[in-house]
Design a protein around this ligand. Structure first.
Ligand code: PGA
Length: 255
C-alpha cells in the first residue's frame, strides 16, 4: 500500500490569526521528518500565507480550496492557479460538493478546473460523491461515474499522476454520519476499477482515493483499513490540532 494522504479541509474557518495558531500547533506536533504519510491542510485563501509561513519547516503541505480556469482577469472574488502556486501551495481541492451545491459548479466546470490545476503543476484533489436521495435510489455509482468521467476526459494518463480523488458521500459531510467501511470500500473499488478500465492497472493503483465525510479519530482506523481507501479528506476534525493529529497517528500506525 502506498503512503496515506491525510488532507484537512478547513472550509470557511480560520482567518489568518487562527490559521497561524492551528498551523503553529501542527508544526510543533509534527516537525520535519516526523511522519511517513503525506499531510496537507487547506485553509481559506486569505489564510494561505500564514499557514505556508508557519508550516515552512515541516513536511505539511498547503492546498487551496478552489480555483479559477483562467490565470488572471476580471473575475471579482476569485483566485487563480498561478496565484495559488506563487503563495506556496502544492494542492487544490476541486469540485467539493459545497461548491457544486452553493455555487452551481457542474461536472464540466469541475473538469476544466482540475485540468488547469494539473497543467499548472499542482495536484488536484477532485471531489465526487452522491447525495442521499441519489443513494436511496441506488444511483450512486452512476453519479460518481459521470463526475469522474468528465474529469478523466480532460486529462491524459500521464497527467493523472497529479490527480487525487476524494469520494465524499454528500449525506456524510458535516452530518456526523459516516459511510460504513463497507460502503466506502465498495465505492472506492468501483472508482479504482473505473480508472483501470480507462487507463491501466498501474495508474489506477497509483491514484490516491481519499474518503471524506465525518472522518474523525474514532472511525479513521476502520475506514483507512479498507483496501482501496488511501487517505482522508477531513473537514470538522481538521480544525483542532488534537483530532487532526489523531488521524495522522492512525495513518502512521497503519502504514
Ligand atoms: P467533514 O467534511 O469531515 O466535516 O464531514 C469533509 C469535507 O467536506 O471535505
Amino acid at each position: 500500500m502506498s503512503n496515506f494522504l491525510i488532507a484537512g479541509n478547513w472550509k470557511m474557518n480560520c482567518g489568518p490569526s487562527e490559521a497561524k495558531q492551528l498551523s503553529d500547533d501542527l508544526a510543533n506536533r509534527w516537525p520535519s521528518g516526523s511522519f511517513q504519510c503525506e499531510v496537507v491542510v487547506s485553509p481559506p485563501s486569505i489564510s494561505i500565507p500564514s499557514a505556508v509561513e508557519s508550516l515552512e519547516d515541516t513536511d505539511i503541505k498547503v492546498s487551496a480550496q478552489n480555483t479559477h480556469t483562467e490565470d488572471s482577469g476580471a473575475y471579482t472574488g476569485d483566485i487563480s492557479t498561478p496565484m495559488i502556486k506563487d503563495a506556496g501551495c502544492t494542492h487544490v481541492i476541486v469540485g467539493h460538493s459545497e461548491r457544486r451545491e452553493y455555487y452551481g459548479e457542474d461536472n464540466d466546470l469541475v473538469a476544466e478546473k482540475a485540468r488547469k490545476v494539473i497543467l499548472d503543476d499542482l495536484t488536484a484533489i477532485v471531489c465526487v460523491g452522491e447525495k442521499l436521495d441519489q443513494r436511496k435510489k441506488g444511483e450512486q455509482e452512476k453519479i460518481v461515474m459521470d463526475q469522474l468521467d468528465a474529469v478523466l476526459n480532460k486529462i491524459t494518463i500521464d497527467q493523472a499522476k497529479s490527480l487525487v480523488i476524494a469520494y465524499e458521500p454528500v449525506w456524510a459531510i458535516g452530518t456526523g454520519e459516516t459511510a460504513s467501511p463497507e460502503q466506502a470500500q465498495e465505492m472506492h473499488l468501483f472508482i479504482r476499477n473505473f480508472l483501470k478500465e480507462r487507463w491501466n492497472e498501474q495508474r489506477s493503483s497509483e491514484i490516491k482515493i481519499l474518503y471524506g465525510g465525518s472522518m474523525k479519530p474514532a472511525n479513521a482506523e476502520e475506514l483507512l483499513s479498507q483496501n482501496d481507501v488511501d487517505g482522508g479528506l477531513i473537514g470538522g476534525a481538521s480544525l483542532k490540532e488534537e483530532s487532526f493529529s489523531g488521524i495522522i497517528e492512525i495513518a502512521e500506525k497503519l502504514s
